[in-house]
Ligand binder design. Structure first.
Ligand SMILES: [Zn+2]
Length: 584
């Protein structure tokens, strides 16, 4: 089902082609293309796109499972978007297609194996993407592992003993949850969760053909060794922490409470991968299991700043009543309302704090309490942290109270003693577990969407990344080729201290624009005066303001600016924009 909608931004009308998609028992809408500013233009454009959609649909049914991720439609909307971009008003709706094409154009993300048409649900990080991604992952590791005394890290294998997944409940629950069913009316195939079998209707109103519902295993299987033993690629990282629990307690001198953290790849055979990096078949999770004495209800780490952490909450009662209303609340209030226990509250607050440190707009985050009916097979209380993506508010992270479920399961399955000797009580206990989880690709996407700004005056995208996340911290230019030697000298003097980009091609304005687009906070230019006065100009990404700084003070000044230890205007002598002078 596709239809045209009108959106009003700053008093102007903008038309979009929207598609309704059924997900379980919910109908969601997705923007397919921008259609222009008048109804007439929109109708004309929509006709062509719908025709293409129908053709695509036909080939899709023929091929059963189409591999193309983006296909014609995305290219089409990209062409229109790039055409429209210079007129795109501030506050206009950013689509996920625009983000995806931007990522491809700048070398952040590519569709995997694109030369063969791509493969649905798999993405590659390009030269800039890998830098941004590594910076996010390193930031996480420092925040949650290195800076804490009660946390250790691991990097576990992707393939584990098959009995792992029996003990974890994945074989009985998770792996057999997805069903593919076809609508008897519109003939479309949709994914249905096991509990919805026989209970829901297609978005078109038609009945599903329940007799031919096909179960699709969520875990990827592969075979190992000469006897071809069937094993699974892990569907979550958590089991690595439980499998190594015994060895870590024996070798790492940890004391309760403590955590085991990991960042790693996971695999899920999604029936319908979609929304760019959001729902893919191979993805990265950052996660830790935090082990607590089962009787310890007090969290000693809970401080005023945690209790005062403000958040937008969608609680379970509101969801039951279906009003969908968010309310501003605090961790303290949530504790008073007995929505969670102290350790759970502490880690939820720390999770929000991390997103704040990444520079994410906190108004775009909401905390959603799981209803009793949707709790996972292992959890007694769960919260999602949702981010406002262009395709809707969706889960970027989560936190579950797993209790003693996993260790007990592994004790039963492996017959090993996985208790922990608690020195204080002189007793062996099975610790209780709080599990904060972060979708790392989803965090990458949130960081990117949040930083993405189209600057009308500059007529280009300005990626307002926090300096510590930016792929390059500094770029060095020479105003004209004659000054290349001097510029190279400056570049060589700082490249070991900061990730630096050296660029001598194109007009100086183009070079600034290229750096704005990839989020480089500072651009250094060597101009005619530089040679004479032994100084350089520094331009600030977010304001385009420029200062003049002595070359001998350059390294120290860059460091202070990147660490936000000094205001830009105070770091040197403010000057007029050289690029503008030259244009004039
Ligand atoms: Zn239908």
């Amino acid at each position: 089902m596709v239809h045209i909608v009108k959106k009003k931004v700053h008093g102007n009308d903008y038309y979009y082609l929207i598609k309704s998609i059924r997900e379980g028992d919910k109908v969601k809408s997705k923007t397919i293309a921008y259609l222009g500013k008048t109804r007439k233009e929109a109708d004309e454009k929509a006709e062509g796109i719908i025709k293409k959609l129908e053709e695509d649909e036909k080939t899709k049914t023929k091929k059963e499972e189409k591999l193309l991720v983006k296909g014609e439609i995305m290219e089409e909307s990209f062409k229109q978007l790039t055409k429209q971009q210079s007129q795109s008003p501030e506050g206009s709706v950013l689509t996920i297609e625009e983000v995806a094409t931007f990522c491809k154009r700048k070398g952040f993300i590519y569709a995997d194996s694109e030369i063969y048409g791509g493969i649905a649900g798999f993405w590659d990080f390009g030269p800039l993407g890998v830098e941004l991604y590594n910076n996010i992952k390193q930031h996480w590791w420092k925040f949650f592992v290195k800076d804490r005394e009660n946390m250790v890290g691991i990097d576990a294998s992707i393939i584990s003993h098959p009995r792992t997944w029996k003990a974890s409940g994945h074989i009985a629950n998770f792996n057999v949850n997805d069903y593919l069913v076809t609508c008897t009316k519109c003939k479309k195939s949709n994914k249905i969760d096991k509990p919805d079998l026989g209970k829901v209707k297609c978005a078109c109103g038609g009945e599903y053909d329940w007799n031919n519902a096909k179960m699709v295993e969520q875990m990827f299987k592969t075979k190992i060794g000469t006897d071809q033993t069937e094993v699974y690629l892990r569907g979550e990282t958590a089991q690595g922490m439980f499998l190594n629990f015994k060895l870590i307690t024996e070798t790492s001198r940890v004391k309760l409470p403590f955590g085991i953290a990991q960042i790693g790849k996971c695999f899920r055979n999604e029936i319908a991968p979609r929304d760019f990096l959001f729902r893919s078949r191979e993805f990265t999770i950052g996660e830790f299991e935090f082990f607590i004495h089962p009787d310890e209800k007090k969290c000693k780490l809970l401080e005023r700043n945690h209790l005062n952490t403000e958040l937008n909450l969608l609680d379970s009662e509101t969801q039951e009543k279906n009003t969908g209303e968010l309310r501003k609340t605090s961790i303290l209030t949530m504790l008073d309302e007995k929505r969670l226990e102290e350790w759970h509250a502490y880690w939820l607050s720390e999770q929000l704090l991390w997103y704040k440190e990444l520079g994410i707009n906190m108004d775009k985050l909401k905390v959603r309490e799981h209803k009793k009916a949707e709790l996972s097979h292992y959890s007694s209380a769960t919260f999602d942290i949702d981010y406002e993506y262009p395709f809707g508010s969706k889960e970027v992270a989560g936190i579950a109270n797993r209790g003693q479920f996993d260790l007990t399961q592994h004790i039963n399955e492996s017959k090993q003693k996985l208790e922990f000797y608690d020195e204080e009580s002189k007793k062996k206990v099975i610790p209780s577990v709080i599990e904060p989880t972060f979708g790392m690709d989803r965090t990458f996407l949130a960081v990117l969407v949040d930083a993405y700004n189209y600057d009308k005056e500059r007529e280009n995208v300005v990626l307002k990344l926090k300096p510590e996340l930016a792929p390059f911290k500094v770029a060095v230019f020479s105003l004209i080729n004659k000054l290349n030697d001097e510029a190279k000298e400056v570049f060589n003097s700082i490249k070991k201290d900061f990730a630096t980009f050296y660029d001598t091609s194109g007009s100086i304005g183009r070079r600034y624009a290229r750096q704005d687009e990839i989020g480089t906070p500072l651009c250094i230019t060597i101009d005619f005066d530089s040679a004479k006065n032994k100084d350089v100009t520094i331009r600030e990404r977010d304001t385009t303001k420029q200062i003049r700084v002595k070359t001998k003070d350059l390294k120290e000044t860059i460091k202070k600016l990147l660490n936000q230890e000094i205001k830009f205007e105070k770091a040197g002598k403010i000057i007029k924009d050289k690029a503008k002078e030259i244009k004039e």
